[in-house]
Design a protein around this ligand. Structure first.
Ligand code: GLC
Length: 422
């Protein structure tokens, strides 16, 4: 009798497992890993996995958006069916739109909950290419304790930042704090340098490389002056190594207490306040400095989205996951555990988010006024435009030609690219 019962229960279990196996999909989601992105993602997807019975395999990529783009382009060109969902940078939509499915119909109830401009940035010729996960706009992180110690004000211009960084760095080093640097940012030759340099150039009144109407504006005196100032930082208030820094290298120096100022995205806010952070509770954030005069501060618009591969064989489950990740529950969780800026308007009035990650409601106006990179006017050529720009800036900062020479050549190269159509 007992034997029979046991067998019966086992048979029942096996048949449940088999029916789940038939219905359940394993979705492959590919994304770069910056900060605690992997843990964040695993936590966020758990409720969806539980509810649907599907599982998700996270395919980790290098943190650099440039490296990710190169790999994704190859996979998509080859019609790779192993990846169902791609986490996509805000600048990629026009370049990869052909490879992803149109989400406008399935997201017709969700899309109006997001900031309109962000949905528009992911819409190419009426096709909604990707759904927003979070938006991004950088901050100037500063050490409250060190500025107070030396009676230095939070800088409002890049010139003030140069002086403030040097003052604190010199005084601390004289007091034995040998590893301290004044300012860390991202000057590796990659997309992140395009973001940093666009901020310097735009905040000096030097335009935005290629203007929204497609005209090439980069070769001008203000843009050149901005980069020439930054060049003076390398090896003085910033380590020489900054020429190889991406986001995580800058955060590494900052979070071990070895920088007075840092330029970084909001993800560094939550991590900087985590229990193992040396700078926990010791820092503040303000918008980036201006170039002085009448110029405004400029923050580059960043952000990440999720797109469904047209080569996926599990599109229903992939769409369900994309809608969940871009929805209010997942976006709130992401805001709370990773201090990523939501793209759903109502989350800016959420009391839990405001209490746990106060940068988020404060950053609403910063990202709403953020400067887009010229991916819309340059369309399929954006990646080439950006790589020519970051290379010219990287050469200038490395002392390989003057900024004036490098920008003159850059403008000619961009005219050539434009001539072949973008
Ligand atoms: C951030 C931004 C992204 C940008 C990248 C550059 O991840 O969200 O848009 O391209 O930084 O490093």
């Amino acid at each position: 009798m007992i034997k029979k019962l046991k067998l019966g229960a086992l048979t029942a279990l096996v048949s449940v497992a088999m029916s789940t196996a038939v219905l359940a999909d394993n979705i492959h989601y590919v994304a770069g890993v910056t900060g605690n992105a992997l843990e964040t993602f695993k936590n966020i997807v758990k409720p969806w996995e539980k509810e649907t019975g599907h599982t998700v395999t996270f395919v980790p990529m290098p943190a650099s958006t440039t490296d990710q783009f190169g790999q994704y382009r190859l996979w998509l060109a080859a019609g790779n069916a192993d990846i169902d969902l791609y986490q996509t940078d805000v600048i990629w939509a026009p370049q990869l739109s052909e490879q992803f499915i149109d989400l406008s119909e399935v997201a017709k109830d969700l899309a109006p909950k997001h900031f309109k401009a962000i949905i528009e940035s992911q819409t190419v010729n009426g096709k909604l290419v990707a759904l927003p996960l979070f938006t991004d706009a950088p901050a100037l992180y500063y050490r409250k304790d060190l500025l107070a110690k030396y009676n230095v004000d939070v800088p409002k211009t890049w010139e003030e930042l140069t002086v403030a960084a040097k003052t604190v760095q010199d005084a601390e080093r004289a007091a034995g704090n040998a590893d301290l640097w004044g300012f860390v940012f991202q000057a590796n030759a990659y997309e992140g340098l395009t973001c940093n340099a666009l901020e310097w150039v735009k905040s000096f009144g030097g335009g935005q490389i290629v203007e929204p109407d497609g005209s090439i504006s980069i070769n001008n005196k203000k843009a050149i002056a901005a980069i020439e100032l930054v060049k003076t930082w390398v090896g003085t208030i910033a380590p020489e190594g900054v020429l190889a820094y991406q986001e995580e290298e800058a955060r590494g120096v900052w979070q071990t207490g070895n920088a007075v100022f840092m330029r970084n995205w909001p993800y560094a806010y939550g991590l900087g306040n985590s229990d193992d952070s040396v700078v926990k509770g010791k820092f503040g954030v303000v918008p980036l400095p201006t170039g002085g005069g009448n110029a405004n501060s400029a923050a580059t618009l960043g952000g990440w989205n999720v797109a469904v591969s047209k080569y996926s064989k599990k599109q229903d489950a992939a769409i369900s996951l994309a809608l969940y990740l871009a929805g209010p529950v997942a976006q709130k969780e992401r805001a709370l555990i990773a201090s990523n800026l939501p793209t759903i308007v109502s989350l800016y009035d959420d009391a839990d988010i405001a209490a746990q990650q106060p940068i988020i409601p404060r950053w609403k106006d910063v990202f709403l006024q953020a400067v887009p990179r010229p991916s819309a006017p340059t369309k399929a050529k954006y990646n080439e435009v950006s790589s020519k720009f970051w290379s010219a800036v990287h050469s200038s900062l490395s002392g390989d030609g003057s900024t004036a020479e490098n920008f003159e050549i850059l403008a000619l190269d961009l005219e050539d690219l434009k001539g072949s159509g973008w």
